[in-house]
Design a protein around this ligand. Structure first.
Ligand SMILES: Cc1cc2nc3c(=O)[nH]c(=O)nc-3n(C[C@H](O)[C@H](O)[C@H](O)COP(=O)(O)OP(=O)(O)OC[C@H]3O[C@@H](n4cnc5c(N)ncnc54)[C@H](O)[C@@H]3O)c2cc1C
Length: 418
């Protein structure tokens, strides 16, 4: 185990960036990730702006850098239990949970084929099921299957173990503890989609063809639940008319009071997905203000000017099941006319905001969080830094800039000690 390393908590694009930048500068890094794979939310996107390339392009590059650098030790399915000490000498205790599959796995799928148990596929927001022995997604890194202990009941008499020719399945694995001495700590725990069902006027979970923006990313992704075809959930039909509802839980004192920064761009991007698949489809984006910071303005102009795309300044008051059909009725107040209007759509996409991932159970004690759970950087102890969306809603480019800065700060903490 690396003595005197930099500890990075969270293996999304922010944490990966900090880890790689520090390791490539010659410093040891321990990276702790709670999921069975690295890459965070970016891995779930279909394409990402500004270039609209598939996330695997960027992530793949980072995975390669990681494979080529033996200064990074990473633990998946892991969480930090305890941190004590001070800058230059933090003692950290990490719990590594069992994957039930060891490094001999060649990702051949035999265990999944033999496994009779199913689980909701959380990578696809429960829109499909996977086996309890599963690969989180086709390009997952590490390329190792995992067995979900919650759904594997063992009454199949270890069918997965019998099916594995490589002796990679080990159902006796137990949680273990790893202790690390860290000179600096970088918290890169990211975000979760805001639970829009809490805004009960927006129909999430009640109205059949209402999905969130992250579900839309998965519907459009070739490795998603519909093989990349945007289909409405109730009947698998191609949607002809789609509404995008902005600020679903953001800029709202009853939910997230802040702007989630990327939701307008995400809806514009998803409008482009829709038009790419169905050139004759119509999209209407209901917004309070359209926010496309900096150079993203051009992308806004491009999508706004597409045929069949309408942007309506209006606050959505209600999203309901249309009477007698699977369609969705959207009631909004048109800001310019001051009138209340109801329109029907095949499908509605709620632009759910970004909420800090550890709102319910913060990773660090003794520091200040905003009421919504965002880390207040000035309250961090010396040698501890917060990066990316753990601090504020951000896009990938800005998360990476922030993460690179934290790598430098952490190196200073470690180099100063040497
Ligand atoms: C609908 C939508 C579309 C988007 N599209 C784009 C786009 O096209 N382009 C773009 O630039 N941005 C886009 N974004 C924003 C982008 O997803 C974020 O900028 C990016 O995910 C930030 O990365 P991160 O590493 O800070 O957080 P995350 O991606 O959330 O990664 C955090 C990681 O930390 C892990 N973690 C959390 N808690 C713990 C813990 N306690 N212990 C260990 N690990 C933990 C998580 O499992 C995760 O792997 C979009 C966002 C949304 C909502």
């Amino acid at each position: 185990m690396a003595q005197e390393s930099i500890l990075v908590i969270g293996g999304g694009i922010s944490g990966l960036t900090t880890a790689l930048e520090a390791a490539e500068a010659g410093f040891d890094v321990v990276l702790v990730e709670k999921n069975p794979y690295l890459g965070g939310r970016v891995a779930q996107l279909n394409k990402y702006f500004p270039k609209l390339c598939p996330p695997v392009c960027g992530l793949e590059l980072n995975y390669r850098r990681l494979k080529e650098n033996n200064r990074i030790t990473f633990y998946t399915l892991s969480q930090v239990e305890k941190i004590s000490g001070q800058e230059g000498a933090y003692d950290v205790s990490i719990t590594v949970n069992p994957r039930f599959v060891n490094d001999r796995c060649v990702a051949c799928d035999a265990c999944a084929q033999a496994c009779p148990a199913e689980r909701p596929d959380d990578f696809n927001f429960g829109m499909n099921k996977s086996k309890a022995a599963y690969l989180p997604f086709d390009q997952a890194y590490p390329q190792l299957y995992v067995i979900d202990g919650k759904y594997c009941k063992g009454d199949c008499r270890k069918a997965c173990q019998a099916a594995c020719k490589y002796e990679a399945v080990d159902l006796t694995m137990k949680p273990r503890t790893v202790n690390v001495r860290a000179s600096a700590i970088v918290v890169a725990t990211g975000w979760n989609p805001y639970e829009v069902a809490k805004a009960d006027n927006l129909g999430m979970g009640r109205v059949k063809n209402v999905v969130t923006n992250m579900m839309m990313e998965r519907l459009a992704a070739a490795n998603g639940p519909t093989g990349g075809k945007i289909l409405r959930p109730s009947d698998g039909q191609a949607p002809k008319k789609v509404a995008f509802v902005q600020c679903a839980g953001s800029r709202d004192e009853n939910h997230l009071p802040y702007c989630s920064y990327i939701c307008c761009l995400a809806s514009l991007k998803q409008t482009a997905y829709l038009k790419e698949q169905y050139p004759n489809a119509e999209a209407e984006i209901f917004y309070i203000d359209i926010r496309t910071p900096g150079k993203y303005e051009k992308f806004y102009w491009k999508v706004r000017d597409m045929a069949g795309v309408k942007l309506t300044k209006g606050k959505v008051a209600k999203v309901e099941q249309a009477r007698g059909s699977d369609d969705v009725a959207v009631t909004y107040e048109d800001i310019f006319s001051g009138k209340k209007v109801e329109k029907k759509f095949d499908m509605v996409v709620l632009a759910a905001g970004m909420e800090p991932a550890n709102r319910a159970k913060p990773v660090l004690e003794g520091i200040t969080y905003t009421p919504e759970g965002l880390i207040v950087p000035s309250s961090l102890k010396p040698g501890i830094y917060a990066v990316g969306t753990a601090k504020s809603p951000l896009d990938v480019a800005r998360s990476m800039q922030d993460a690179t800065g934290a790598a430098l700060k952490s190196i200073q903490a470690l180099a100063g000690r040497r």
